[in-house]
Design a protein around this ligand. Structure first.
Ligand code: ASP
Length: 599
């Protein structure tokens, strides 16, 4: 070994120890001929001191070394003189009195400082990812990610799960996104698809009698990277036989609570995880991934609003819309600027405008936003009416009531945006609090207006809820509930799963509702339909995303900060320069011709 100790591990108990350390040069300071260097390895940094009077040769070399050079030093651990300790460093009570230094490698001047916080532009950080990852916070993120995955592997192995790899080169298994395709050289004109998830394979493993499967699975979806997404991402994919929904949810909850208490004990984890239905989540929080760190719950006041003379309310109700809103406790005194900000948020989300009632003193007073549409009518209703609205919404003196009018599902989208905005404004979103919840009984289908057809809300393998199968022949497909569930945390979706269909006839019926012809069904899903005829056990599973979970646990604002080599928003890798053109020979080998070249 080139070292006898890790830089970050030394403490005052080590005073007097002879040590050999190796690492990278960080900051340097020269004080009257004495040189102080920070020496850093993965474990942390320590101050190494060179005194020309006691170590003349070493000091001469120390004068030469520059930031990020790789060196080995030998010396004695020394308790720092009183008053010169550095509480900001874990090793701040000690320093190394160096006797020898060997340069192991030099470094060019890095394009940015290798420090705790980097001001560097993200594209530069990704271009020099190996330097970016050398920064302590990035190494901490990778470490925590490792701990999360290790916890998962141990937890599931202890419960008789088998970790099984499934192939990356497969045939399309649709999860509702676009496939990445890989041309086959041996079978010209044919393509493999990269898995959007190992969904069908894990179900086939259940037919195979594996009973408990998991995999830390890479999934590929060729989507526009709008939000904080990646083209390839990692899921804990798991599946179990002979289980019901609660078995999967119980296991997931035990896994998450155990893991977080083990790897991030400083987090304020709320448990048990509430389980609410999709319908309830939409009603109370206007969202299927509600942030439960705070209340701000919704109330439907359509009935009361229908008594008002307010045109915006009345026309929404006439068109079978709703008037819905929430109470902002203690904020009746929001000034005009703050109200304008709320109104702007409502409009940016797509709403026509925001109505509000300030509950001042004992009498609620209706006031309208400055929006013209709203001013034209007016909530000039008797105080008694305002009181009834306030009572229905649970508002009291000092509270502010916000109301929006519109049609579902858009109204809920606006309300959810308002709820999030207000929570940020009032700083209700403590990042150390982890408020998980299971959202269950998702609708089976969603109407796809542009394609004029029904899509699966989750995926086509999801079983309808108990007693709902008969409804599949009916008219109201949008009302059918399924056995699909999500795990959400602090307003993000962290996992999706479902109890599956394990019967060929039912599965075929779902495909036909989704508009697939018999031929399409057979060519895309023939293998799983056939397998269902050979004794498929009842089964179900879930697939928690690892990237977002680690981002939440590390307090990272982007999932890119918890992935070693992520892609940019445009799907490129600035380090390897991917994607990139390939040579004509490779194209010929693959029987491909490029018909359109990018500028
Ligand atoms: N395969 C699904 C997904 O990737 C998860 C599941 O149903 O297990 O969302």
């Amino acid at each position: 070994m080139l070292r006898s100790a890790d830089c970050g591990s030394l403490r005052s108990e080590n005073a007097g120890d002879q040590v050999t350390l190796a690492g990278w040069i960080g900051r340097r300071r020269d004080h009257g001929g004495i040189i102080f260097l920070d020496l850093r390895d993965r474990s942390g940094a320590v101050q190494v001191v060179f005194n020309p009077e006691t170590a003349a040769d070493a000091t001469r070399i120390a004068e030469e070394v520059r930031g990020e050079w790789v060196v080995q030093v030998k010396g004695t651990v020394n308790r720092r003189p009183e008053g010169s300790e550095n509480p900001a460093m874990d090793t701040g009570d000690i320093e190394i009195l160096t006797t020898e230094i060997t340069v192991l490698n030099r470094s060019l001047t890095p394009p940015f400082y290798i420090e705790e916080d980097s001001e560097a532009d993200e594209s530069l950080r990704l271009r020099y990812r190996y330097l970016d990852l050398r920064r302590p916070p990035m190494l901490r993120n990778l470490t925590l990610r490792h701990q999360v995955v290790k916890y998962i592997r141990d937890f599931l192995s202890d419960r008789d799960f088998l970790e099984i790899e499934t192939p990356i080169l497969i045939k399309s298994t649709p999860e509702g996104a676009r496939d990445f395709l890989v041309p086959s050289r041996m079978q010209p004109g044919n393509f493999y698809a990269l898995p959007q998830s190992p969904q069908q394979m894990k179900q086939l493993l259940m037919v195979a009698g594996v009973e408990r499967y998991f995999q830390i699975a890479r999934c590929f979806r060729d989507e526009d990277l709008r939000a904080d997404r990646q083209l390839e991402f990692t899921q804990l994919d798991l599946e179990m036989s002979f289980v019901e929904e609660d078995d999967i949810l119980d296991l997931t909850e035990a896994l998450y609570t155990g893991m977080i208490e083990s790897v991030s004990p400083e987090k304020k984890l709320r448990k048990p995880f509430p389980r609410i239905t999709h319908a309830e989540a939409m009603e109370r929080y206007a969202s299927d991934k509600p942030d439960l760190r705070f209340g701000l719950e919704m109330t439907d006041v359509s009935e009361l609003a229908s008594e008002s003379e307010f045109r915006v309310f009345l026309s929404a109700i006439e068109g079978s819309g709703q008037i819905k809103g929430f109470v902002v406790p203690g904020q009746a005194g929001f000034v005009t600027g703050q109200m304008k900000d709320l109104d702007d948020t409502a409009k940016a989300a797509g709403a026509g405008g925001l109505a509000h009632i300030r509950y001042r003193g004992t009498n609620p007073v209706g006031q309208l936003s400055e929006d013209e549409i709203l001013q034209s009518a007016g909530l000039r209703m008797p105080a008694e009416w305002h009181q009834r609205v306030a009572d229905k919404m649970g508002a009291g003196p000092g509270d502010l009531i916000l109301l929006l009018a519109g049609h579902q599902p858009r109204l809920n989208t606006w309300l959810s945006a308002m709820r999030t905005h207000v929570s940020e404004l009032l700083e209700l979103t403590d990042p150390d609090v982890l408020a998980f919840a299971f959202v269950t009984k998702f609708p089976m289908f969603e109407w796809n207006e542009s394609a004029k057809r029904w899509d699966s809300s989750h995926h086509p393998f999801t079983a309808p809820d108990d007693g709902m199968e008969g409804e599949l022949d009916g008219e109201n497909l949008g009302d059918i509930k399924s056995k699909a569930y999500d795990l959400v945390c602090n307003g993000s979706e962290l996992a999706s799963g479902s109890i599956r269909i394990h019967n060929r006839q039912l599965q075929e019926k779902i495909f036909s509702i989704l508009g697939l012809s018999k031929e399409e069904t057979q060519s895309q899903f023939g293998q799983i339909l056939e397998a269902f005829e050979y004794g498929a056990p009842p089964h179900g599973g879930i697939a928690p995303g690892i990237d977002r979970l680690v981002a939440i646990l590390t307090g990272s604002t982007s999932i890119r900060d918890v992935i070693a080599f992520p892609k940019t928003q445009t799907g490129s890798d600035p380090l390897f320069n991917a994607p990139a053109p390939v040579g004509p020979n490779q194209l010929v080998e693959l029987s491909l011709r490029i018909t359109e070249q990018l500028e």
